[in-house]
Ligand binder design. Structure first.
Ligand code: FEO
Length: 174
């Protein structure tokens, strides 16, 4: 059972997660256009992860007896000054998402909605990982600024990233 306020807030966060997928896909397109295929893979994998996050919100809202509502998604920023600029923007976006998750958790606590708190716990932990991985790549890119060879090596490293769906995320018609 979800209150209308909590249901609205969960739907808003579902939109934020799907927007994140759209944003990282736009960043992948930027890297493709810059002939940096490894970073493009990194961002494509990130976009797929964000789709699963949106899916998890969709599942939870429905299972909790609520109504999933798909809001309009803004066009993401597609042009960037450099690979470093991309990760700086992306990290700021993740800080925004963390803030939204924390506020959602505050709301679930205020309403004593324990099921929503347990559901959100996964995202609280996930955001720590998200900030760490974007932050690390930003630091590495700072280190290779102006060093084309270093950038290509980082691109190769970024290209080894693979997609693994979160444990427990299943879609069944049963
Ligand atoms: Fe699902 Fe990167 O926040």
């Amino acid at each position: 059972m979800l209150s209308q306020t909590l249901q609205d807030a969960l739907n808003e966060q579902m939109k934020n997660e799907f927007f994140s997928a759209y944003l990282y896909k736009a960043m992948a397109a930027y890297f493709e256009s810059e002939d940096l295929p490894g970073f493009a893979v990194w961002m494509r994998v990130q976009a797929m992860e964000e789709m699963t996050h949106g899916e998890m919100f969709f599942n939870f809202i429905c299972e909790a007896g609520g109504r999933a509502v798909l809001h309009a998604i803004d066009a993401p920023k597609g042009d960037y000054a450099s690979p470093y600029d991309v990760f700086e923007y992306a990290l700021e976006h993740e800080y925004f998402v963390t803030d939204r998750i924390n506020k959602l958790m505050d709301l679930a606590r205020a309403e004593s909605n324990h099921a929503t708190q347990i559901f959100l716990q996964w995202f609280v932990t996930e955001q720590v990982e998200e900030e760490a991985s974007f932050g690390l790549m930003k630091k590495k890119l700072k280190r290779v600024e102006g060093d084309g060879r270093g950038l290509l090596m980082l691109d190769q490293e970024a290209g080894t990233r693979t997609f693994t769906p979160p444990a427990g995320l299943t879609v069944t018609g049963a």
